[in-house]
Design a protein around this ligand. Structure first.
Ligand code: KIV
Length: 271
């Protein structure tokens, strides 16, 4: 049983304290009420309404097409299911880059219309004005560096980022800048473990990794990936904690067979 279950609600302050106490932070994504309800009750610290909804919920190849309205729809479903976890919502592509006023408007819509507790933005120095303006309105911001999927067409590949010194130096500089601006936590995606460990040591705010090794302050995975719902996505960092694909496949096949053979419904299942 996790010690932090005794805390009624997870706050940004509580996450900061967890880092000070060397207590690891567990974060997973969710996009709908039913899954979020189970996840929140399990004692998860942070639920991320990720723009990965674009991939796993809508079937898009990238995270770019998802809209602010769609993110608000997913986030409000998750918020209705959450009693304890901190709910962080991704600002989708095109709603904060290059225009800090628009960024603030987008973040305010997320907070007002979904009831989420914080927003997450991808990038460092280039989005610093947007981060500052959102923070100035009292909205907690989580940063995201390393592999930032909204920039996939700039990278051209989903391989590990910041392997070269120049990119690693920029990442460290961006991480320090984001902390200075006031973000409450930082996600580092798909970077060398050594670099992620160094950043986590240098920063006072919690650093949550995905494909960034164990030397950070917490971990995040996409729920559908860790539940083994898809067979065709197997990056090295992914650990599958269940094989729901096989379980669901069997259940669907059994249902179809029962309907066809009139084994469902039976006498007790009718009026
Ligand atoms: O959208 C998402 O799911 C994310 C995580 C991979 C960190 O940003």
């Amino acid at each position: 049983m996790s010690v932090h279950k005794e805390y009624k609600k997870i706050t940004t302050k509580r996450l900061f304290d967890m880092k000070q106490a060397s207590e690891k932070i567990a974060m997973l994504t969710a996009y709908d009420y039913t899954m979020a309800k189970i996840l929140d009750a399990s004692g998860i610290d942070i639920i991320l309404v990720g723009d990965s909804a674009s991939n796993v919920m809508a079937g898009h190849e990238t995270t770019l097409p998802i809209t602010l309205d769609q993110m608000i729809y997913h986030a409000s479903s998750v918020v209705r299911a959450s009693n304890r976890a901190l709910v962080v919502v991704d600002l989708p592509f095109g709603t904060y880059q290059g225009n800090s006023r628009k960024a603030l408007e987008s973040a305010i819509r997320i907070m007002k219309e979904s009831g989420g507790h914080a927003v997450k933005l991808e990038g460092g120095e280039e989005i610093s004005e947007s981060v500052s303006r959102i923070l100035s309105a009292g909205i907690p911001v989580m940063g995201h560096l390393g592999l930032t999927p909204q920039s996939i067409y700039k990278f051209g590949t989903y391989t590990v980022r910041a392997k070269e010194e120049k990119e690693a130096d920029k990442l460290i500089k961006d991480a320090k800048l984001l902390e200075k601006l006031g973000v409450f936590a930082l996600v580092l995606e798909k970077i060398p473990a050594k670099l992620a460990t160094l950043v986590a040591k240098e920063l006072k705010i919690p650093v949550i990794g995905i494909g960034a090794g164990s030397g950070v302050d917490g971990q995040v995975l996409v729920m559908h990936d860790m539940l083994g719902m898809s067979k065709d996505f197997s990056p090295r960092f992914l650990r599958r904690y269940a094989d729901l694909h096989t379980i669901m496949d069997k259940a669907f096949a059994q249902y179809i067979a029962d309907v066809k053979s009139v084994k469902f419904p039976d006498e007790k299942e009718q009026y």
